[in-house]
Design a protein around this ligand. Sequence first.
Ligand SMILES: Nc1nc2c(c(=O)[nH]1)N[C@H]1C(S)=C(S)[C@@H](COP(=O)(O)OP(=O)(O)OC[C@H]3O[C@@H](n4cnc5c(N)ncnc54)[C@H](O)[C@@H]3O)O[C@H]1N2
Ligand code: MOO
Length: 418
Amino acid sequence: MKPPALTNDCFALPQGIHWTPVDAALALLEERLHVVVKGEDLPLLAASGRVLAADVTAQRSNPPAPNSAVDGYGFDAQSVVDGPNILPLVDGRAAAGVPFSGAVPAGHAIRILTGACVPDGVNTVVLEEDCTVADEAIAFNGPLKQGANTRKSGEDVVAGDVILKQGTVLAAPELAILAATGVSSVQVYRPLRVAVISTGDELAEVGSVAGAGQIFDANRPMLSALFARFGATIVDMGQSRDSTEALRKVLDEAAHSADMILTSGGASAGDEDHVSRLLEQTGSMALWRVAMKPGRPMALGLWSGIPVFGLPGNPVAAFVCALIFAKPAFDILSGRTGRRPQAFWIPAAFSKSKKAGRREYLRARMGTDGRAERFHSEGSGRISGLAWADGLIELPDEAMDIAEGDLVKYLPFASFGL
Ligand SMILES: Nc1nc2c(c(=O)[nH]1)N[C@H]1C(S)=C(S)[C@@H](COP(=O)(O)OP(=O)(O)OC[C@H]3O[C@@H](n4cnc5c(N)ncnc54)[C@H](O)[C@@H]3O)O[C@H]1N2
Ligand code: MOO
């Protein structure tokens, strides 16, 4: 079943709002967007990296039966006294996958290996390191708590429990619990197709010969790699010249083949800013003047019903806006349940005075001394700083004087899924 279309006013801002604080902008995205991809059933391994389209319940308990947590000797705890114990061994043993079929009589012990089902008459296991073995008997010192060194049936998960919720991304830990509880196929969302378009007459494709006044397109490889990493299927739409017609054509094509469109450049209101002009003409555009630095101009709108994120042209601004806005939107559209990036408060290795009014994101990295270093320049064309950094420092909307050693909010790139 196809999910409902987004409404035309989904990016409209309340009347009279000119500068939207970052949190308000994020709250609006959360309120207006919803999942747009369908579900499909996939075998477990093929579902790695996908997003659950429904809650999953355990088909089997983990562990399915009581078993031993160690290599040792099993018996009934009632047979054990405080101080020295000697218990005769029964014939045979219990091993993982090869259970002991008989019962162990009271006052006796059985050789048991890690993972072996606990036989009848056994509820406790003593480590082999704590025993002496001779003459078909074991000697060890009590006391031993009933149940010691054993794992109860269902102590981790009980059959029928919801183990994973809709919206969970399936990575290695999730595959482990699904497999352990007998879930061999899952309903997952189809990956979100993300079209990436670079705009600007100055752009040349890396590998080609750049003419005078041309620069190589850095944003398309950057944004493609970013969203591929998040789990998107990238639809590479190439570069568009700064012309309304060229851009209209590429947006039409992108809207046919993708669920979300990322453009970069042309987002502000200059003479050649065709992204914002075109989106405005569709009647579904809101030029979001988000109160953040970098990334002031962002054009958000719908093109034939497909959400377009018109990111600023400056690569650092495009990168920051992609992480702070396009990523949460991607999460919602692709069915991921949103989780704000994990933040760490660490001491600053720098001092800075910040004005009120805009939230600021600095390229940062955590030094070996655990302090937050910032890139030497805040220029949003200084692409090298992105590769230098391993995260962002987020400074609040309010004014702030930071002295060396003050705690600042550090968001590692890994917190965004990089
Ligand atoms: N009068 C004003 N001018 C500008 C303002 C402003 O508030 N008032 N804001 C500046 C800021 S901040 C940014 S960011 C840019 C954003 O504008 P656009 O989104 O329209 O971006 P462009 O003008 O097309 O490009 C900006 C810059 O980035 C370079 N660029 C563009 N695409 C790529 C690419 N794919 N790879 C590498 N570099 C790219 C482009 O050549 C420009 O140098 O507006 C400022 N101006
Ligand atoms: O978006 Mo601009 O700095 O704010 O590059």
